[in-house]
Design a binder for this molecule. Structure first.
Ligand code: ATP
Ligand code: MG
Ligand code: FE
Length: 346
């Protein structure tokens, strides 16, 4: 089955073609980062309008690069939520219209299921069951994954998501949006030991996270440096390193716990923060100690992209699932509400 995937949940327009026999055929992305950077974060109305502008050129691009005529697909998958409603509606309405015009089924895909399955696009994909750490701009969750659509939430952030903590901490030090890659870059020049931040909620049992206190700790340290005239680049690098270490170590501790608690050996990490090299290295080491392994996607498939939506949609469409009724875009949508793969199989 050949599926067109469309992602427009936030500030990336992603379009891809995935074939169940041949794999990924084409993938195109437009990131709106430069558009939103001047505002220090995503402006929803600007995001929606820009998706309208980018979608058709990207669609032409993927069909051309796959050597196909527009419409030579068996189905269309699009992100139906969670995300910014206006942005989601652009992808949803376009996908449904294309599917209607081409006479093929459409399916609304859960954005986090897309992230979760992105590592399946790589060589040596993980086998079920596994523990997944979803770490993105809006989510920090540990999930037990027994199969596609069989998800048990083990724990999540009680406040800020990990990516959000990166973005907010970067912003308060005057670094540009998005802060994750910026902090990671500065941390490479950071000096070990000048600052130390807490590893929140690691001193008690459980798989919940809390990252908002860490951001406040960075703010306090940064303000202290500013008032003593030490607010130079090196200080930002040192703070970035201490912050990144605190987040990564916290995530590693909780992932270790989740593997031990479930008795599983495979860990999948997905979402923008899973691109972080320190996190990957920490999890490689931890899983190796437990005799397990960690799986992740290539960096461009960690952040938002169309390929993950085409892949996730293809799995469900092959099982016979497809949209019924009107166009739906959901700002909030717990992943546990998703049906198992063969619930409506044909
Ligand atoms: P969600 O998927 O929860 O709806 P989102 O789509 O905005 O949120 P993603 O696109 O998956 O999130 O990821 C973006 C986030 O990843 C941002 O917060 C960004 O700062 C962070 N990020 C990207 N690269 C890195 C990195 N190398 N290190 C740390 N964080 C990173
Ligand atoms: Mg984004
Ligand atoms: Fe995302």
């Amino acid at each position: 089955m050949r599926v067109l995937g469309i992602e427009t949940s936030c500030d990336e327009t992603g379009v891809a073609l995935y074939d169940s026999d041949r794999g990924l055929l084409a993938d195109a992305l437009f990131s709106q980062i430069d558009l939103h950077r001047v505002y220090g974060g995503v402006v929803p109305e600007l995001a929606s309008r820009d998706h309208v502008k980018r979608l058709i050129p990207l669609l032409r691009e993927v069909f051309a690069s796959a050597g196909l005529e527009p419409g030579e697909v068996d189905a269309v998958a699009y992100t139906a939520g969670p995300g910014l409603v206006g942005a989601l509606l652009v992808g949803a309405a376009s996908a449904r219209a294309l599917a209607f015009g081409w006479g093929v089924p459409a399916l609304g895909v859960h954005h986090m299921e897309g992230h979760l399955l992105a590592p399946m696009l790589e060589a040596n994909p993980p086998q079920f069951p596994f523990v997944a750490l979803l770490v993105s701009g809006g989510h920090t969750q540990l999930v037990r994954v027994d199969a596609i659509g069989e998800y048990t939430l083990l724990g999540e952030s009680l406040d800020d998501a990990a990516g959000e903590a990166f973005d907010k901490s970067a912003k308060l030090m005057g670094l540009p949006y998005p802060g994750g890659p910026e902090i990671a870059r500065l941390a490479e020049q950071g000096r070990e030991g000048r600052f130390r931040f807490p590893r929140p909620m690691t001193d008690r049992p459980g798989l919940e996270f809390s990252f908002s206190g860490l951001k406040t700790a960075v703010l306090t340290a940064w303000q202290d440096c500013q008032s003593s005239g030490n607010d130079d680049l090196q200080t930002r690098c040192d703070l970035a390193l201490a912050f990144e270490q605190a987040v990564c170590e916290t995530l590693v501790i909780k992932c270790r716990r989740a593997l031990q608690q479930t008795g599983l050996q495979r860990l999948v990490i997905a979402g923008g923060v899973s691109a972080n090299r320190r996190l990957r290295a920490g999890l490689e080491q931890m899983t190796a100690e437990l005799g397990g392994s960690v799986f992740y996607a290539r960096p461009v498939f960690c952040t938002d992209n169309g390929a993950m939506i085409a892949y996730a949609g293809c799995q469900r469409l092959m099982a016979g699932q497809q949209d019924q009724g009107g166009i739906v875009a959901r700002a909030r949508w717990p992943m546990e509400e998703l049906p198992p793969l063969h619930a409506t199989g044909s």
